[in-house]
Design a protein around this ligand. Structure first.
Ligand code: F6P
Length: 495
């Protein structure tokens, strides 16, 4: 164990379900490693070499488990080989099928959710999986280390870790939205309380927008009994302090009298420098040429890039495009909808069904309107980052219409790399709306005809205005790059 005295600044630990590296077992028995990207990777790279860091994550695949067993790994990464059944219950059963559904409000309410004995069994696995993380962090952490726990997968970790190591500074960050209290308390009362208490074990809780932070505080006020403590410094409350109105939970006897948990907002922006450079590399240029060919000369392009995720609203986006072609025949043959929908969570039947529905609606549009020289929807499902960047550069319109989204970085990335300016059609239910709404065309994601009207307006926007809006969107979207997001949280945590 490294002690605080040996390390000039307090050690930093990150905990997340998905780690920065993954392994594939090849036919010859060797292991191939692949590094991922994202805000945490770039944030952690910014802390400086004088700071010791450890990233605790779960082994997700057979390859990852094999790497753990063989002792293969990267310096500073500790992968946990949690029992595969426990992991599946915790990740697919609870995190993806319950917590994700609650925070994104995805249930078809007349029939679900059903919190039965099977749910209770899976919940016990979720507890065990959280405990494995808490124990690993407690074992790795130096005195007074700073720990940044990520997301709904690990909501119980702060409370468990505080019990094991009260000396640590613990932060938790939610990358998702937070549900309104009436939706959140569909969870069984004891489970809702356990989740909130688990998170409140942290010294700081971070959210992407003020809206999600406020919804969390509403859940705290609506679910936890008074003995647990009270919410202090509400928005607009003079006791809030500071221009942003810092908010706190003051713990009562149950959570450690006198202790406070700060509820903070840290928006996350696009990594402008990286994107501008990466989007001009040769593989992106190649893919631009291939896409131009598929689109056809002189046509406008509506682009969307998503994981095939239930909350992304890809089907209604296609229906809006179909309505545009129906009601505005002048756009037929003159526009192509380039939709990249990359597979996600295919272990879950509801995701597989949704993926199939996206393909079915795309095919329906193509067979209804397509002509020998024009394919109205170009759908790609094979994940290809270089091709995504190529589409960003070519887009005349970017469609980002989630029913609910913590932030949505695509909305911030497209304007940064767009070659000729791009109009952003943006859902008011995406976290990014708070920062981009002035220069986007804003839609209600459920309103298909409204979205079609916005697509028409976007395609018709004069070039000058489009360029001006794109400039402002790029500036707003890169104002808080991942490094700043990460370092601000660390600094606020102290140590
Ligand atoms: O939106 C929150 C988030 O944790 C993202 O960071 C990530 O893209 C996703 O949810 C998790 O996806 P997966 O289940 O594929 O790890």
């Amino acid at each position: 164990m490294v002690t605080a005295q040996e390390s000039p600044r307090a050690q930093v630990l990150v905990a997340s379900n998905r780690g920065p590296v993954s392994y594939t077992l090849k036919d010859d028995g060797s292991l191939e490693s692949k590094r991922g990207g994202g805000g945490l990777v770039s944030g952690l790279s910014a802390i400086g070499s004088d700071v010791d860091s450890v990233w605790v994550c779960a082994a997700l695949s057979g390859g990852d488990r094999e790497a753990v067993r063989q002792g293969v790994g990267e310096q500073g990464v500790r992968m946990l080989d949690i029992d595969p059944e426990v992991f599946a219950d915790a990740y697919n059963g609870i995190a993806n099928s319950v917590l994700w559904f609650v925070q994104h409000m995805l249930y078809q309410i007349p029939l679900e959710p059903v919190f039965d004995a099977e749910f209770r069994r899976q919940w016990a696995s979720y507890e065990a999986y959280n405990r494995a993380f808490a124990e690993a962090l407690a074992a790795e952490a130096a005195d007074g280390a700073r720990v940044l726990v990520q997301d709904y997968h690990l909501a119980l970790v702060p409370g468990m870790l505080r019990e094991l190591r009260p000396d640590l500074r613990i932060g938790h960050f939610s990358h998702t939205p937070w549900a309104p209290v009436d939706y959140f308390r569909m969870l069984p009362d004891d489970i809702a309380e356990q989740l909130l208490r688990g998170m409140l074990g942290a010294d700081r809780l971070g959210f992407l927008t003020r809206r999600w932070a406020s919804a969390f505080l509403d859940s705290v006020a609506g679910v936890l009994p008074a003995e647990d403590g009270e919410v202090a410094g509400h928005e607009g409350d003079a006791s809030g302090g500071g221009p942003e109105g810092r908010r706190f939970f003051r713990h009562g006897a149950a959570g450690g009298q006198g202790r406070t948990t700060e509820i903070a907002v840290h928006s996350l922006g696009a990594d402008g420098d990286f994107l501008r450079k990466r989007s001009h590399e040769a593989d992106v240029e190649e893919r631009m040429a291939a896409l131009r060919e598929q689109i056809g000369a002189g046509r406008k392009t509506i682009v969307r890039v998503d994981r095939t995720e239930l909350s992304k609203n890809i089907v209604r986006g296609l229906l809006a495009y179909r309505h545009l072609l129906d009601t505005r025949p002048e756009w037929r043959e003159r526009v192509v909808h380039v939709a990249f929908a990359y597979p996600s969570r295919q272990d879950l039947a509801v995701y597989r069904d949704y993926t199939a529905e996206v393909a079915r609606v795309a095919e329906d549009i193509n067979s209804r309107y397509g002509t020998p020289g024009w394919t109205p929807v170009v759908l790609h499902v094979q994940d290809d980052f270089a091709r995504s960047l190529a589409a960003y550069r070519l887009a005349d319109v970017a469609l980002v219409n989630p029913v609910r989204d913590g932030m949505n970085l695509v909305a911030k990335e497209v304007p940064v790399v767009s070659d000729a300016g791009c109009v952003l059609v943006l859902s008011r239910e995406a976290g990014a709306w708070a920062e981009l709404r002035d220069d986007a065309l804003v839609v209600n994601p459920y309103d298909v005809t409204g979205t079609a009207a916005a697509l028409h307006a976007a395609l018709s926007l004069p070039e000058g205005e489009r360029a001006e809006r794109t400039k402002r969107l790029a500036a707003a979207g890169t104002a808080l790059p991942p490094r700043r997001w990460f370092l601000d949280q660390l600094e606020a945590l102290g140590g």
